[in-house]
Design a protein around this ligand. Structure first.
Ligand SMILES: Nc1ncnc2c1ncn2[C@@H]1O[C@H](COP(=O)(O)OS(=O)(=O)O)[C@@H](OP(=O)(O)O)[C@H]1O
Ligand SMILES: [Mg+2]
Ligand SMILES: [Mg+2]
Ligand SMILES: [Mg+2]
Length: 375
């Protein structure tokens, strides 16, 4: 993808997401082995960890350094909890994780700071990601840790970075540190959690990326220990599955019932003739599974009143589209990333599919199930 438009932005984004994955892997390992104070609750009772803040600071600092401090970044986290006096020990951990990661920038082909960042510089890097996006100009969109619950449980999570220009998603990069590289790795992961030896051998963890209009999506294994990122030498193209028979199709959905109506999805699945049990996976790894051809369908029906955020979808949606799939709301309309931080006007839910045939059937089944559930 060299010499193409946005190649500089894509190049930086892929490298930065590799750095972020390496940071997350270290924090997740510590979190699981020490059970320490690295997890906090936000005002809405959702979780935030040292990794969420550290990745946001690192990505913000690196993007500004490589692309200019004027760039606009829309991201999930803020510094409200982190800058309170009770959070001083967490802030110290964040500063240490950020500096540890930035010091490794040369391994990823990037340049870090000359001196370690202070706590206030780290807080500044996090809080400058306060753009609201919108229909004009370029905006980076970051979910530093998507699937924080999966992350805390030692399971699947993703680092999601996208770039929107003129309201359209142009670049999508998804780091999936616990997604095995080999085919059907996610289904096997579900049965047998990743062991640490697999993790360091390069068999587990990848970064997926794409650029709008390229009609290609790529997967690059993560690097470990003191390896250098040789990118794009070992990147492999990925594409959606060719299965269109519902009886053979696999469908993904969120793990938590609070994030998606499992029983409504089960009704739709039955109506379409899906036979397999749902593959419940934390995070945007669900989009990655469609883009890699490991699953055919992702359905998500949030409770009414919940507004989906752009950072939970932008990178994953572009990956599925460029890998050959289809993504719309439950009414069949494309998702609109031009309206600010929310997917405004979303009709009921999100349906991502490997192909048009399955997609049409699902939209029809949603319509029928909706009618009957509202009788
Ligand atoms: N009520 C409700 N409905 C729908 N979605 C919600 C809701 N509350 C939160 N969120 C967002 O869901 C993100 C996690 O989605 P997942 O697909 O990973 O869900 S699950 O953990 O597998 O159940 C999660 O992303 P992260 O916070 O980055 O983990 C939230 O942005
Ligand atoms: Mg969150
Ligand atoms: Mg998220
Ligand atoms: Mg998040």
């Amino acid at each position: 993808m060299e010499n193409e438009e946005y190649s500089k932005e894509l190049n930086v984004a892929v490298r930065v997401v590799h750095m972020a994955c390496s940071l997350c892997e270290k924090v997740q390992k510590q979190l699981i082995s020490t059970n320490s104070d690295q997890v906090k609750s936000k005002d809405d009772h959702s979780l935030v960890t040292v990794a969420d803040w550290s990745v946001q600071a690192t990505v913000s600092w690196m993007l500004s350094k490589a692309l200019g401090s004027q760039i606009s970044i829309v991201a999930e986290e803020d510094t409200q909890t982190l800058s309170s006096p009770e959070s001083s020990s967490v802030l110290a951990k964040v500063v240490s994780a950020v500096n540890g990661c930035l010091a490794e920038a040369p391994r990823f082909g990037l340049q870090g700071p000359d001196n370690a960042l202070s706590a206030s510089q780290v807080l500044d890097a996090i809080s400058r990601c306060n753009s609201l996006g919108g229909p004009t100009g370029q905006h980076w969109v970051l979910d530093p840790v998507d699937g924080t619950l999966g992350f805390v449980r030692g399971d699947q999570y993703a680092v999601a970075l996208a770039m929107i220009d003129g309201g359209e998603v142009i670049i999508g990069v998804l780091g999936c540190p616990n997604y095995p590289v080999k085919d059907d790795g996610l289904k096997q992961y579900g049965q047998q959690k990743v062991s640490l030896s697999n993790k360091s051998s390069g068999e587990v963890g990848c970064v997926m990326y794409t650029r709008k209009g390229s009609r290609k999506a790529w997967m690059q294994p993560l690097i470990h220990y003191d390896q250098r990122l040789e990118w794009p030498n070992s990147a492999k193209p990925v594409q959606v599955s060719s299965i269109s028979n519902p009886a053979l199709a696999t469908f993904c959905e969120p793990v938590e019932k609070t994030n998606s109506d499992h029983s409504f999805a089960a009704g739709v699945a039955c109506n379409v003739g899906l036979r397999k049990k749902p593959l419940r996976v934390y995070s945007m790894v669900k989009y990655a599974a469609i883009a890699r051809g490991e699953a055919e369908i992702y359905m998500r029906f949030a409770r009414s009143g919940y507004k989906e955020k752009i950072w939970d979808h932008a990178a994953g949606v572009l990956l599925v589209l460029e890998a050959g799939g289809v993504v719309t709301d439950a009414g069949g309309r494309p998702l609109d990333f031009s309206k600010g931080i929310y997917l405004e006007g979303l009709d009921r839910g999100i349906i991502a599919c490997s192909g048009l045939q399955l997609h049409e059937k699902l939209i029809g089944a949603v319509y029928a199930s909706w009618e009957s559930s509202n009788l």
